[in-house]
Every structure is written in structure tokens, then in C-alpha cells.
Ligand binder design. Structure first.
Ligand SMILES: [Fe+2]
Length: 299
């Protein structure tokens, strides 16, 4: 069973507990989330001018489009404005700013009709972020910048939340990936040759769950959810923002979703920044995660 909560009136402690059980949470746009989306939209507008960012794929050579994103995305990710807006957005959601750590927000694009689905605009096959060295206490926050429809969003395959999928996550080590593959994203235009953890058995993709918040609406889900990018056939490029959060108490107590099948090594624990002062997680909290998830896979 997967429950979907809309504008839930729960404490952050209760919400994280429900997220670790596989539930999903959606919140209506807030002034802070709308400010973040407006900021991203303005960056997109300037970068793609004179084209409409959602339609630019129909009038730009794909190599130029990839090069433009290769420049724009890091600019957004590291912009100081994001480090101001994310803590404000999280506080509005009821997260304790002294205990909540976030990583830099990613700007995502999903082009229509397989124009560009590799490298800088990678279309994610079904995966759990926990196959990519994310801790089991990680919660993903996802916000659309442009209007969503069932043919340009992301999908949850929630029946697998508690069910193992045979997968190749043991090939993945976040520290190793950072050293080798990450910086090649903009070059991977026709085929993506970087090794990614994948399911090694057929995954039943239907029925799936597609959640369609309005631009600036926020979707929260556990990093252990199996999810994928829906092949975009909407004739518009979809843009979205996502970032991840970790709660210090949960990280320290090794609380989180259950590990049913992740065998990756390394950890993203060094990436998260405290809402109040952008400090990293204390090393006492990150140490148990360094070699990989502290709880062994049960599948
Ligand atoms: Fe993901």
C-alpha cells in the first residue's frame, strides 16, 4: 500500500516516518517554492533566448542544446540564490532548519520525442537513488518548473518499495563516479556509455503512479522508491528541480527506509548542507555510511 498525502498536517518526524514506509507527500506551491521556480524560469529564459525553453528543441541542433544545458545546469546548481531559497522552502514545509541538511538542487530537463535523453538530459530508467550511494534516510524533493502531464512526468513503481529487484548496484561507488564519469555528461549526446546501476530482471512498469503537482508544487518521496522518467511525448521539454534532504537525528540513529536490494558502495553523505549555516554533516554522523549503506540488503 502506498498512501499519497496532500498538504498533510503532520510533523516532520511523522512525515519522515511515513516516507520511510513508502508513502508519498505532495504540497501546494508556497511563496518560497514559487520564488525558486521563477528564478529557474528566468535562467532558462535568458539561456534559451530568443527561443521558448519548452520548444527550443525543435529549432536547435541537438549538440547546441546539450552544450547550452551543459553550461546552464551547473550555473543553477551552484547559484547562491538557491542556497537562500532551499532552506526557506524547507522551513515552510516544517523541517527543523538545525537538523535538516540539503544538497544542491539539480535542474532537470526531459526533452520530447527522444530528442536528447542521454548525458546532460539523462532519461532515468527505473532505479532507486539508494542504488546510487544515497543513504536510506534520504528524502527526495521534486518540483516541476513547467506544466506536467502524464506523458512528461516521472513515474513511481511503488509495488517494488518492499520488494527486491535484482540489480547491478554493486558496480556503483559515488566517490568513484565523481572521479570519473560525472564531468562527461555534456559529451554523452548519442549514447550514454557511463556505467549506471540497472535492474537485471524485467521490472513490471505498469501500473505505475504519476503525480502531477502544478509548477512550484512539491513532491516528497523516499530515496528507496523505484522510479523512472516517463518517455516524454508531450511535444514540449519538461523542466523540473530536485534536491535531497537528510535529517541529522535519523542519520545518526541509522533510521530510514529498509534496504531491500542495494549493494552499492560509497556514500553521498558528504554532500548535504545544514539549512542554518551550510555546514556539512558532522563526521560522527557520516562515518557509518562511508563504505556503503550501514544496513545490508535483505533481498
Ligand atoms: Fe532518482
Amino acid at each position: 500500500m502506498t498512501a499519497l498525502y496532500l498538504d498533510a498536517n503532520l510533523t516532520d518526524d511523522e512525515r519522515r516516518h511515513r516516507l520511510y514506509q513508502g508513502d508519498l507527500f505532495v504540497y501546494a506551491p508556497s511563496p518560497e517554492s514559487l520564488e525558486l521556480v521563477a528564478f529557474a524560469r528566468e535562467m532558462l529564459r535568458q539561456a534559451f533566448a530568443p527561443h521558448d525553453p519548452e520548444l527550443a528543441q525543435y529549432s536547435m541542433p541537438v549538440a547546441d542544446f546539450a552544450a547550452l544545458l551543459g553550461e546552464l545546469k551547473p550555473k543553477f546548481i551552484h547559484h547562491p540564490e538557491c542556497k537562500r531559497l532551499l532552506p526557506a522552502l524547507l522551513q515552510r514545509l516544517g523541517c527543523d532548519p538545525h537538523k535538516t541538511y540539503f544538497d544542491v538542487p539539480r535542474l532537470r530537463s526531459a526533452t520530447s520525442d527522444e530528442y536528447l535523453t542521454t548525458g546532460i538530459a539523462y532519461a532515468f530508467h527505473p532505479h532507486r537513488d539508494t542504488w546510487y550511494s544515497a543513504p536510506f534516510c534520504q528524502i527526495n524533493c521534486w518540483l516541476p518548473i513547467t506544466a506536467l502531464s502524464p506523458d512528461n512526468c516521472m513515474a513511481f513503481h511503488s509495488r517494488y518499495f518492499a520488494q527486491p529487484v535484482r540489480n547491478s548496484s554493486e558496480i556503483y561507488n559515488y566517490q568513484e563516479w565523481n572521479r570519473t564519469s560525472r564531468f562527461n555528461a555534456a559529451q554523452q549526446i548519442n549514447a550514454d556509455t557511463r556505467p549506471q546501476p540497472k535492474a537485471l530482471e524485467p521490472v513490471e512498469l505498469q501500473p505505475d503512479v504519476r503525480v502531477l503537482p502544478p509548477p512550484g508544487g512539491i513532491l516528497l518521496f523516499s530515496a528507496a522508491q523505484l522510479h523512472s522518467t516517463v518517455p516524454n511525448t508531450s511535444r514540449r521539454t519538461r523542466f523540473s528541480i530536485d534536491f535531497r534532504i537528510v535529517n541529522l537525528d535519523d542519520a545518526t540513529a541509522l533510521r530510514g527506509a529498509r534496504n531491500v536490494d542495494s549493494r552499492c558502495t560509497g556514500s553521498t553523505m558528504g554532500d548535504y548542507l545544514r539549512c542554518t549555516d551550510l555546514a556539512h554533516l558532522p563526521s560522527a554522523a557520516t562515518a557509518p555510511y562511508e563504505a556503503g549503506p550501514p544496513q545490508a540488503a535483505t533481498g
